[in-house]
Design a protein around this ligand. Structure first.
Ligand code: ADP
Ligand code: MG
Length: 458
């Protein structure tokens, strides 16, 4: 049990090192004890502290303990103001930390340096799977992490949700840490950065915040869009940017949008972003999605029928995070019900319903409506879709319209053919061409998504 107490102190030391003063203030005013039933317990002085600790820190503390003990540790939280008062907790813990830090001139030895970076070990280059469309960003990220602060500084990466932005960003940090164990690397999300800055102001110690960031060797800022409308924080970020840039320290920024679309952010900062090397991560293509699925299944030490994996790859088109859920969902059915569902059974049992990229309900769309949306989208006359015009652009629009008509209208290919002034074979050809291309062309799938969503808007 003494062991747990030591871990607790170690946790506080890490907070101190990370200069997370809001957390320290909160935990300092509480006590960590082993109660009469041998349960690790945090005693708080009031409801506010208890709620705050439960909401913002409990999971982190438990995870930390779990890592140390290699088993789950449940920590109770109780409120007992008298206990806190009688034991003069605040002072005691504070001195504990100070003593520990002073006694540990070499405190790096005791605290795992890794904990200071906020990085997670599972985000590495060797388990990031890329296809042709993301090979460049992958190589670029590797270069940046092996020669930080040189050619590609700063790097600005953007892209939609769940496509590996955080993975790549943290892999840069993890890889650099392997090369240079002493590098001061910090990964943080926009919201965390903002909260830290505001807290620094609240406790009237903004300098600590500034010093911490300006002394970094590598600064990895995730979800930068969360700083939109946080004008003051973005001003501060601009200052940090200048210092790090002039010192040749690598910065990598990640956002869900390109710099020019950032709103309500310090103009000079936006301008710096616009001058950065900007690169978009694209959603993985079909082959890559399949490879990701195969890899995840392998990591789980199991196997799944290839047809099922292909089915998943075809239908989870945007958010890679959903892949993990879909695999778990399938395995749970297989393990619990002792059956191995095939594709149509998966549908009947709705195994994937929460994970597949939803097809909007266009079921009642008429071929005429589809033709109208498609021609509007591509900015062409609707009559060109039925014409003999074989210009590449027109043919493509026609194929997209045929594809959508097959997928969403209730008509047969022969009936659809009549609507396009063609026979059923041409319709099948058009439909299959698009189906095939969708497997590797993420721009096309974006276009089709946009056409489909235009149906929902009016
Ligand atoms: P984002 O930050 O873009 O929203 P994440 O980086 O958090 O997405 O990725 C979501 C999940 O999917 C993570 O578990 C990540 O490891 C995984 N992932 C995403 N893309 C890939 C990829 N290309 N190869 C392997 N895993 C990936
Ligand atoms: Mg992310």
């Amino acid at each position: 049990m003494e062991r747990l107490k030591n871990y607790w102190n170690e946790f506080l030391e890490i907070l101190e090192k990370k200069e997370e003063y809001n957390a320290i203030t909160l935990l300092e005013s509480s006590a960590f004890i082993i109660d009469e039933n041998n349960n690790p317990t945090i005693v708080c002085s009031g409801d506010f502290a208890a709620t705050h600790i439960k909401k913002d820190f409990l999971k982190r503390i438990e995870d930390f303990f779990k890592e140390k003990c290699e088993n789950d540790i449940d920590i109770k939280i109780v409120v007992d103001a008298d206990f806190i008062k009688e034991n003069n907790i605040k002072k005691e813990i504070k001195e504990d930390i100070r003593e520990n830090t002073i006694n540990n001139v070499n405190s790096e030895k005791k605290i795992d340096k890794y904990n200071l970076t906020n990085l997670k070990k599972e985000f590495r280059f060797d388990n990031f799977i890329y296809g042709n469309n993301n090979r460049h960003i992958f190589e670029l990220a590797k270069l940046v992490s092996s020669k930080p602060g040189t050619e590609y500084n700063p790097l600005y990466i953007y892209g939609s949700v769940g496509i590996g932005k955080t993975h790549i960003l943290q892999a840069i940090g993890n890889n650099y840490l392997e090369i240079n164990k002493n590098a001061k690397i910090l990964y943080i999300e926009g919201s965390g950065f903002r909260d830290e800055y505001i807290h620094g102001l609240q406790i009237k110690k903004p300098d600590i915040f500034k010093r911490k960031y300006k002394s970094l060797d590598m600064f990895l800022l995730d979800d930068l869009q969360l700083l939109e409308s946080a004008q003051e924080t973005s001003k501060e970020l601009f200052e940090i940017f200048q210092v790090l840039y002039n010192a040749g320290k690598q910065m990598v920024f990640v956002s869900d949008k390109p710099p020019k679309e950032l709103r309500n952010i310090e103009a000079r900062l936006k301008n710096r972003f616009e001058q950065s090397l900007i690169w978009q991560i694209e959603p993985p293509q079909y082959e890559t999605r399949l490879a990701i699925i195969e890899r995840k299944v392998k990591d789980l030490n199991t196997s799944i029928d290839k047809e099922i994996m292909k089915y998943m790859a075809e239908n989870i088109t945007t958010d890679v995070r959903k892949i993990e859920g879909a695999i778990k969902s399938y395995l749970s059915v297989r393990d619990i019900m002792k059956i191995t569902p095939n594709v149509s059974q998966c549908d009947e049992m709705n195994i994937f319903k929460d994970y597949f990229t939803s097809k909007p309900k266009l079921q009642n769309a008429t071929v005429r409506e589809i033709k109208k949306r498609v021609s509007d989208y591509y900015g062409i006359e609707i009559s060109l879709l039925d014409s003999k015009d074989r210009t590449k652009f027109i043919s493509k629009a026609r194929h997209v319209a045929m594809y959508l008509a097959c997928e969403y209208s209730k008509k047969s290919v022969t009936e659809i053919g009549l609507d396009f002034n063609r026979d059923h074979a041409s319709v099948i050809h058009g439909r299959d061409k698009i189906r095939e291309e969708l497997k590797s062309n993420s721009h096309l799938s974006l276009e089709i998504d946009q056409i489909i969503s235009s149906f929902n808007h009016s």
